[in-house]
Every structure is written in C-alpha cells, then in structure tokens.
Design a protein around this ligand. Structure first.
Ligand code: IMP
Ligand code: ZN
Length: 361
C-alpha cells in the first residue's frame, strides 16, 4: 500500500522547509559545525531529539532551534531547499507549497530578503526534475500537460509561503509580508503564522496579516494546536484562506467552520507524535472526512516527524479504512485548495484526470 501511495500523484500544502531537512544533511552539517566551532552543537541533545519517537511541543521547538543552528550561510539554505524539493518530487508530489520563515542573522550577513533569495536559488538549482515555480503571466496559460506534450521528464510545481514566527515583532512580520508582495513574481503565494503556539499573542501579527489579505496574498494560520478557545474563535473570525491542524477545536468552532468551509491542513503524524491528539482513532480527520469537509493531508515536517506524504496517506488509509479510490480522490481534491492561480489549478485538474485513467484504483 505504501508503494501504491508513493506512485499516486500528491499535493502538499503544509510543509516547513527546515523541518523537512534530510536527516543525513542535518547530521553532516552539525558535525562540520562542531569541527569549526567547538561546542556549537550539543550532539547528545540532537541525537536524543532525532531518535526520540514522541516529541512534546517543547522538544519539537528545541529540534527547530538545533536545525536553525546549522544554517550558517546562504549556501546551506540553498542546499536544504534543493534537497527538500528533490525528496518531495521523488515521493511523487506534483504540487508543493513550501513554507519557510525568512531569517535575519546579522552575524552572517543574512537579511530576510537574502534568505529568500537563497531559497529561490535552491529551486533553480534542482536538476533531477523540472521545477516550475515562476508564475506564468496571463493566469499560467502556458502550463501544458506533459503527456500531451510528449515530455516525459518529471515535473514538480512549487510555490512559496513565507512564515511569520510567533516570536517576532509586528514590524518584523510586516517586513515579511512586504517581502512576500515583492516576490510574488517568483512564486510567493501566501503568508503563514507558525512557531511555538504557547508563545506570544497572535494579535501582534494581525496588522501584517490583514495587510497581506488586502493586498491579495493568501493567509494560512496554525490554529488550535493547543487549547486556546478564544484565540481559535478570533482566528476563525479573521477568515484565513486555510488553517493548519485544528486539533483543539470545540463545538462552537466546528459550527463556525461549517458555515465558512475554511480548508484544513491535516498533519496526522505530527499531531499524534506531539500529543496534540491523544490517539489516531480520536483524530478529527475521521469526522471531517465523513462530513466531506474540505481537507488536505500534509506532512508538516518530514525530518522532525520521520514521515513523507505517502506515509501520511497510508496512515489515513490504515486508520480510517480508506481504499485506493478514496485516497486518490482525497489527493485530487487538494487541488481545489491550493494558493496558486487558476492556470495551475486547471493544469492539475487535467493532470489528475489523465492519471486516474491509468492508475489501478
Ligand atoms: P522554517 O520556517 O523553514 O525554518 O521551518 C521551521 C519552523 O517552522 C519552526 O521554527 C517553526 O516556527 C515552524 N513550525 C514547524 N512545525 C511547526 C508546528 O508543528 N507548529 C508550529 N510551527 C511549526
Ligand atoms: Zn506546521
């Protein structure tokens, strides 16, 4: 089944760049850093979090700090991006919205802009697969179906979402939104609010998030990762284009969701491993799926949670009794919730149609 899930074309809408770093690359970079700067990395702590199966939210964010420590120059950002794209493409992800927090680090001459430039360089440097990340003018009219074109090279369409970290200031968040607006022609399609849900007040970012929406950027919020009914209610009233997780939703939140139909990015392994949902049987995927609520299966952080999108589909199939056809439809439906323009959407709809005729479902 996992092999079949791998061959199925998939759409990934919730993946954090640095949380998806290859483990081998992380270890290599950590070793190299330790050789040049003795004590820069606490290896025993790193091995502990990498090897540990279940991670509390605190440990997850320690893990991110460790990953961020190895990013000591722009070339490393470029390399991580290149490898992450290669990994998603080899898992047969045909459309990927990759999110990352633009980082400013004066000590290594990195600005938010130069960080995102390094990410874009990573997209350009992939050679094993065609990476389509520049939006075509005129609503992506020139995106054509490979099969119709006789082009057998593998292709992955990538769009970027810039994240705001809940540790940032209002001004830093606004800088990220302005950067996203300036980089729309390079495939930036949205803004995300993420970071430790126990940190800060989301209202700090409201001016930046509102500005993003007014300017036509899509917004997705990490919402309901911990119990915080007031924040969840206010976030839903803001009406983001999508939300991630929705683990601690109460009846009043689901009632609101029923009328707004905001699509939910579901990350099964992430939710279970961080104890955000007590058991897979209790996961809200079941309720959402049965009520045909708009949802999309995603990975969150393939490195941190040792997963892939194929594994997430297999996990859903095993846990909720989905057959091949149901999984294919789940994957196909995700196309409706992407942030890219209608040209890309139409291309993907046609692509899934053509594949459905040849796949054993
Ligand atoms: P980056 O933005 O590419 O550096 O990816 C890692 C970052 O994504 C982390 O430092 C967090 O801010 C954010 N992130 C990743 N996974 C989660 C999650 O499960 N909840 C909230 N934020 C997350
Ligand atoms: Zn996330």
């Amino acid at each position: 089944m996992e092999e079949w899930c791998k061959t199925m074309p998939k759409v990934e809408l919730h993946a954090h760049l640095n949380g998806s770093i290859r483990v081998s690359t992380l270890l290599e970079l950590a070793k190299a850093l330790n050789e040049t700067q003795k004590g820069a990395i606490n290896f025993s702590q790193m091995e502990h979090v990498i090897m540990k199966y279940d991670l509390s939210l605190i440990e997850v964010f320690q893990f991110f700090d460790l990953i961020h420590n190895v990013i000591t120059d722009h070339n490393i950002v470029t390399r991580i991006t290149k490898e992450v794209i290669e990994d998603f493409a080899s898992d047969n992800v045909v459309y990927l919205e990759l999110r990352t927090t633009p980082k400013r680090n004066d000590s290594i001459g990195m600005s938010k802009r130069s960080y995102v430039d390094a990410v874009i360089k990573g997209l350009r440097s992939v050679s094993s697969v065609d990476v389509d990340f520049i939006p075509k003018t005129g609503d992506s009219k020139s995106l054509t179906n490979d099969k119709c074109n006789g082009n057998s090279r593998k292709r992955i369409i990538v769009r970027l979402i810039l994240s705001i970290d809940r540790r940032e200031t209002t001004e830093a968040a606004m800088e990220t939104v302005k950067l996203a607006l300036e980089m729309r022609h390079l495939g930036v399609v949205g803004i995300d609010l993420s970071g430790n849900p126990k940190t800060g007040e989301w209202t700090t970012y409201l001016p930046a998030l509102k500005f993003a929406q007014e300017q036509g950027l899509n917004v997705t919020l990490h919402c309901g990762e911990i119990r915080n009914p007031k924040e969840i209610k206010n976030m839903l009233e803001f009406h983001p284009q999508r939300i991630g997780h929705a683990c601690f939703f109460e009846d009043e939140h689901w009632r609101k969701m029923k009328s707004t139909k905001i699509p939910v990015e579901i990350c099964l392994t992430s939710n279970i491993r961080t104890f955000s949902v007590s058991s897979i049987e209790d996961h809200h995927f079941d309720y959402l799926y049965k009520t045909k609520y708009p949802l999309v299966l995603c990975t969150d952080d393939t490195c941190v949670f040792n997963t892939s999108l194929s594994k997430e589909y297999k996990y859903a199939a095993d846990s909720f009794g989905l057959g091949r056809w149901e999984m294919f439809e789940l994957s196909r439906n995700a196309v409706e919730y992407i942030f890219a323009d209608n040209g890309v959407k139409n291309y993907l709809r046609k692509y899934f149609n053509s594949v459905s005729k040849n796949m054993e479902v």
